[in-house]
Each structure stands twice: as C-alpha cells, then as structure tokens.
Ligand binder design. Structure first.
Ligand code: AMP
Ligand code: TRP
Length: 332
C-alpha cells in the first residue's frame, strides 16, 4: 500500500513564493509516488476571515493555481475542505480530547490572539485540531508543509496518539511534516517582518502570477540595511532575506558573486536587487502565464472540484464509519 500524503493551503489570497517553496513544490513531486490528498482549507480561513467578501472567488483562484502549476486530478485527489463535511465530524470528536492548556500554548494561536484581539474565537484556539482532522481523516502520514507548520504537526501526532490510547486501538498513524530533500523551508518576505505572509501586507509577498513591473518594483523597494557593512561583518536579517530569496531562483555562480562582494564589504544592494528581480521574473513568467490562462477556465475547475470531492468523501466516509465504531457509536 502506498503511503498517504495530505496537505492544504488556506484560500486567503493568491499563492505566494512561500506557499510554493514551502509546500506546493513538494505536492508536485509527491503526487507522482504516493496516494495524495491536496485540499483548499476554506473552513480554516474562517478563523481569521469570518465573513470573507469573496470566499468563492478565492477558492476558485487557489484551485486554478493548483491545476495551472501541475497538480493532476488523475494522479492525486484535489478537493475543497468544505466539500467533505466528514472533516467537521472528526474535528468534533478530536475536540473532546484536546485540552485548553495545550491549545493555548500554540505559537500561532498566541500570535493571532495578539493580531486580532477582537476576534479570539474558539476556531482559532482549535485550529490545530481542525488541521489534525484534515490529516487523520485520510490517515495521512506525510504532510508537505513549510517550517511554520511544524508545531501544528506535533499537535496532530499528539491527537492521533491520544485517540489510539483512549480507545485502545492502533487506528491513526503518526503524521510527519515533510519537505523533499531537505529540512522544512521558511521563505522570508520583502519587508523584514519574518516569513513571507499575506498578513504582512502587499509589499511583503511575491505572488506566483505577479506582473513583471510590480515584481520589479516590489523587489527594488525591499527592505535592506543602510549600506555595505565593513568587510567580514555578518549580514543583517533584511539582507540575509534577499540572499535567501536568491537561493530559490538564481544560479550558484550569481549567489557566489554577491556572497564575495558582501564578504569584501563592497556589495551594492541596488545591484543585488536588480539581479534578484531579473532572476525572479525568469522564474515567475511561465507560472504567471499558466495561472492567468487557467483562471478563465471556470467549467473545467468546477468539474475538477466535483471529481475530487467525490473521491475524498468516499475515503472520508470510510474513516468516519470506522471511527464511530471505535468510539462506540453504532453505524446504521
Ligand atoms: P497558508 O497560506 O498559511 O495556508 O500556508 C500554506 C502552506 O504554505 C503551508 O504549508 C505553509 O507552511 C506554507 N507557507 C506559507 N508561507 C510560507 C513561508 N513564508 N515559507 C515557507 N512555507 C510557507
Ligand atoms: N494550517 C495550514 C497553513 O496555514 C493549512 C492547513 C490546514 C494544512 N489543514 C492542513 C496543511 C492539513 C497541511 C495539512 O499553512
């Protein structure tokens, strides 16, 4: 039996470079070898966007990006989280054995509680439980995600093990965060405010269908420090970010050139940015074309979503029949 892969992305906007290198790039590889489920986490987006103006549009957009960039509905199961309401039932069961103390300690919860003090809802607190439900619903073992999701995966393991212990069974496997070939990835943003993130504002993210002129402007305006440091001085975090981005799209030779310039204290940030903008455009241009073409293909996207929903539900229903049985509810 092939191992099961599960992962999702919230439809809170367009996909950016962090989504791509942290998660999506691995989806493309994993779909070739495993039994993979890739979904759009629209339930999750309600924890931060309770009344999304255009949730349908955002979902359609991410779906178009999934397909345009190479997810193949024949090779993997692609679906919307809300098309599989079994997710919500498993979430309910797992919530009964998730404790307030452990949920309150989750970094992402503390951060969100700080950034949206007027909406510290229970969904935000139990975000990791919903995420565990997504994964365990398919009895997933490999979960391609970026570094920011490490703690959530740890919680998924806790909930899986707790369920097994409580009901004296070996039902759920332990899911592991995976990134192919290397450790989990964190793509920095352009504003030196940490990981690339939609919530850090427009100037922070590079979107996968960014127009050439906008891309250039964003990179040329990226935060740096006040000038070349003296020879041998360590890089500031803002400059390190630019090097980290360069590592994703530039050749080894180019990177080495700027590393040398930096070590000599002779680096010109304008040149570094120009090179980065250039290499980034070479990387983005084909993605942009594919995404823009797919966006107009409404009918195909609807068909793909319906096809995926059916496949995902079938598996989810099997799991939920077994889970109800294990807990002690009858199945009719
Ligand atoms: P989100 O957009 O927060 O739903 O994230 C979807 C996926 O993209 C998750 O697997 C994240 O770990 C990954 N991701 C988002 N931002 C970054 C980033 N800046 N660096 C690496 N991975 C990221
Ligand atoms: N929490 C993830 C994020 O924001 C998205 C997500 C929801 C997810 N459910 C998941 C990722 C299940 C992997 C598996 O990035």
């Amino acid at each position: 039996m092939k191992e099961i892969v599960v992962s999702g992305i919230r439809p809170t906007g367009k996909l950016h470079l962090g989504n791509y290198f942290g998660a999506f790039k691995n989806f493309l590889i994993l779909q070739e070898q495993f039994n993979s489920y890739f979904f759009i986490a629209d339930y999750h987006s309600l924890t931060t966007h309770p009344t999304p103006e255009d949730l349908k549009g955002s979902v359609k957009r991410v779906l178009a990006e999934y397909i345009a960039l190479g997810l193949d509905p024949e090779k993997c199961t692609i679906y919307l989280q809300s098309d599989v309401p079994e997710t919500a039932e498993l979430y309910l069961f797992l919530n009964m054995n998730a404790y307030l103390g452990e949920l309150e300690r989750v970094t992402s919860f503390k951060e969100k509680a700080r950034t949206q003090p007027n909406n510290i809802n229970a969904g935000l607190l139990t975000y990791p439980v919903l995420m565990a439900a997504d994964i365990l619903l398919h009895r997933g073992v490999k979960v391609p995600v970026g570094k920011d999701q490490e703690q959530h995966l740890e919680m998924s393991r806790t909930f899986a093990n707790r369920f097994n212990r409580l009901y004296n069974c070996e039902y759920f496997p332990e899911p592991q965060a995976v990134s192919l070939g290397e450790s989990l990835i964190r793509v920095p943003g352009l504003t030196d405010s940490g990981k690339m993130s939609k919530s850090a504002g427009e100037a922070d993210s590079i979107y996968l269908n960014e127009e050439a002129s906008v891309l250039n402007k964003k990179i040329m305006r990226a935060v740096t420090d006040s000038g070349p440091q003296e020879a041998g001085a360590p890089k500031s975090s803002a400059v390190q970010n630019l090097f980290d981005l360069m590592a994703l799209v530039s050749t080894q030779e180019t990177i080495q050139f700027f590393e040398d310039q930096h070590i000599q204290g002779a680096i010109r940030y304008g040149d570094l940015k120009k090179q980065l903008a250039n290499d980034m455009e070479v990387f983005i241009a084909p993605l942009r074309d594919k995404i823009n073409t797919m966006l107009g293909n409404e009918k195909l996207l609807n068909e793909i979503a319906a096809f995926g929903a059916e496949k995902a539900r079938k598996n989810a229903q099997k799991t939920m029949r077994e889970v109800r049985e294990i807990i002690g509810f009858g199945n009719r």
